[in-house]
Design a protein around this ligand. Structure first.
Ligand code: TYD
Length: 205
């Protein structure tokens, strides 16, 4: 691989994206000896913490404010934790990115609004690769575990969120903002999903 890649994982909560991101990280670092970093959104910034607390239903914001908080967190994240590593030749793998803003905040806001809110972040950085782990919302809800179901803001909206992911990919493809998108069926075995992801990344370079 020549240049450092920014690889984003997207999917519903419980889709296995974190597990798959860890597997790719392990493959790249241990087997290929490639320098990598793992990141996630919402991140550790103050706006990110506020957004996270609203997701956990500890506080409440207007939909527009939620979009702004996630986008502000993203901007901080790019400038402080992602771009500096890419510049040094380190690959960055990120659990969620701007597509989650379209999928989740898109439940209540139109895509044009979300696009405007995230424009500054998207102008700074869009991923080289998006890996979307597509799962059946009913199955993912079961995977999250009965104890959590209903505890988080978006737990019961999986069907609409999944649809929004697809709509967002189309919307951003039309704007030429998407380069490489891999959609993987999350219903396969964990190993099958991992090997599909690895061969896709290896084919790219
Ligand atoms: P999640 O990946 O579940 O983090 P954690 O594992 O720490 O709980 O993300 C938290 C939630 O935030 C998830 O339900 C999706 C939501 N989210 C948005 O609504 N908009 C966004 O822009 C992002 C990045 C996440």
């Amino acid at each position: 691989m020549k240049k450092s890649l920014f690889i984003v994982f997207e999917g519903l909560d419980g889709s296995g994206k974190t597990t798959q991101m860890n597997a790719l990280y392990k493959h790249l670092t241990k087997e290929k000896n490639i320098k990598c970093r793992q990141e996630r959104e919402p991140g550790e910034s103050l706006p990110g913490a506020l957004a996270r607390s609203a997701v956990k239903k500890k506080t409440k914001f207007e939909p527009q404010t939620m979009a702004l908080l996630f986008a502000a967190d993203r901007y901080e994240h790019i400038v402080n934790d992602i771009q500096p590593y890419l510049d040094e030749g380190v690959h960055v793998l990120c659990d969620r990115y701007v597509f989650s803003n379209f999928a989740y905040q898109g439940l209540e806001l139109d895509f044009e609004t979300i696009y405007e809110v995230n424009k500054a972040a998207m102008e700074l950085l869009m991923p080289d690769v998006i890996i979307f782990i597509d799962t059946d919302p009913a199955e993912t809800l079961a995977r999250i575990g009965k104890s959590r179901v209903g505890n988080e803001l978006f737990d019961k909206q999986g069907v609409a969120v999944r649809e929004n992911f697809y709509k967002a990919f189309d919307y951003l493809k039309e704007k030429n903002l998407i380069k490489n998108l891999l959609t993987v069926k999350g219903s396969q075995s964990e190993e099958a999903v991992t090997s599909e992801i690895i061969s896709y990344i290896e084919r790219l370079y």
